[in-house]
Design a protein around this ligand. Structure first.
Ligand code: NAI
Length: 345
């Protein structure tokens, strides 16, 4: 059924959001796009908003948070780039932040402290994501939606269920942001190769927590030839890199600056694809029929209407295949947790 639904979508068989009130969401303006950041005053939200303010593809940058939004927006608004920055604080201003948005990025929610897993954030962040996505469904149902809030493995299924319930779910436009795993993989592989990370590419598939993060080192370019023990250690370092930062920050939060960079890179890729640029390929955690799991991160070719193509999964070595098998149960449980939460509402 899922495959049929995705196929129907790609062949144009699924209904687009209503014309009229929200029609502007699917237009492709020549003078830039409206981007909303929900959770804009936070550790990720602030540097992410800074990077988006520097993007020539952004026309309006709408900053939404429950507190401190005016200060962040006032500060950013003095930067001499074209993007127009607006501030929106509290639920009554969510609609203004979202109306007419082409892309919505959600870094709202609490981050990890030492000793916590991403799943420990579920109880708080699940409700935050649900409420914000209800706003997306209502005010900008055609927008592309990029969810950063953890646990991504569960918050993306929650977002999908909220959008389905509102009758506006478009699987080609809902993304869990896993770009930080890709950025980390590129950095550490470049260090192992002794080359500039700018020329390194590593697909990272699966999800965004522990063993569900599977960097496919055997598909890296330039190719990486390491003994199995070093490969194993490199995979583990990429999987645990978030925890490395959480421990170094010692209670002050999780990755924010590298995450802001990764999210800005993903957002920019979305805007490039929206505007018709060819060959935009990114990894993200999406509704997928490539594996037994209904959500899975893999390489996607993005086009003007969202996901244009799922690239086939890279061929896995026995070591990677073993990790792939071991992640299945955790991924299945995390997805089900999200679905159960959404069903209870
Ligand atoms: P933070 O606590 O510094 O900022 C979160 C912001 O969200 C705050 O400004 C807060 O006021 C706001 N917020 C809370 N409830 C809200 C609501 N209902 N509506 C709008 N805004 C609300 O946290 P940080 O470090 O920015 O992390 C945010 C999230 O990103 C966390 O869930 C964290 O686990 C996740 N994360 C995800 C990564 C990924 O690779 N996908 C990597 C790193 C963090």
């Amino acid at each position: 059924q899922r495959v049929a639904r995705l196929a129907a979508h790609f062949s144009g068989g699924l209904q687009e959001p209503e014309e009229g009130l929200h029609a502007q969401n699917t237009s492709a303006p020549g003078d830039g796009y409206n981007v909303a950041v929900l959770g804009a005053a936070g550790g990720i939200g602030q540097p992410l908003s800074l990077l988006l303010k520097l993007s020539s593809r952004v026309r309006e940058l709408r900053l939404y948070d429950v507190a401190n939004t005016a200060g962040v927006a006032g500060d950013l608004s003095h930067i001499s780039t074209a993007a127009h920055v607006t501030a929106h604080t509290g639920p009554q201003q969510l609609g203004d932040a979202l109306y007419g948005a082409h892309l919505v990025v959600i870094p709202a929610g609490v981050p990890r402290k030492p000793g916590m897993t991403r799943d420990d954030l579920f109880n708080i962040n699940a409700g935050i994501v649900r409420t914000l996505v209800e706003g997306v469904a209502r005010y900008c149902p055609g927008a592309w939606l990029a969810v950063i809030s953890n646990p991504v493995n569960s918050t993306v299924p929650i977002a999908a269920e909220v959008l389905k319930r509102a009758g506006v779910f478009n699987p080609a436009r809902l993304f869990g942001v896993t770009s930080l795993d890709v950025v980390r993989a590129e950095t550490f592989v470049a260090q192992a190769l002794g080359v500039d990370p700018a020329g390194v590419h590593v697909p990272v598939i699966g999800g965004h927590a522990g063993i569900t993060i599977l960097p496919v080192l055997s598909a890296a370019t330039p190719p990486l030839a390491l003994p199995e023990e070093r490969q194993r250690a490199l995979m583990a370092r990429i999987q645990d890199a978030g925890t490395e930062v959480v421990q170094a920050k010692a209670g002050a939060g999780s990755a924010t600056l590298s995450m802001a960079h990764a999210a800005a890179r993903f957002a920019e890729a979305c805007l490039r694809a929206m505007s018709g640029e060819a060959g935009v390929v990114e990894c993200a955690y999406v509704a997928s029929s490539l594996t037994p799991q209904p959500y899975f991160a893999s390489q996607l070719r993005l086009g003007p209407a969202g996901i244009a193509e799922f690239l086939p999964l890279p061929r896995l070595t026995p070591l990677e295949r073993d990790n792939y098998e071991r992640m299945q149960e955790e991924l299945r449980t995390s997805i089900q947790k999200g679905l159960d939460f959404a069903a209870r509402q």
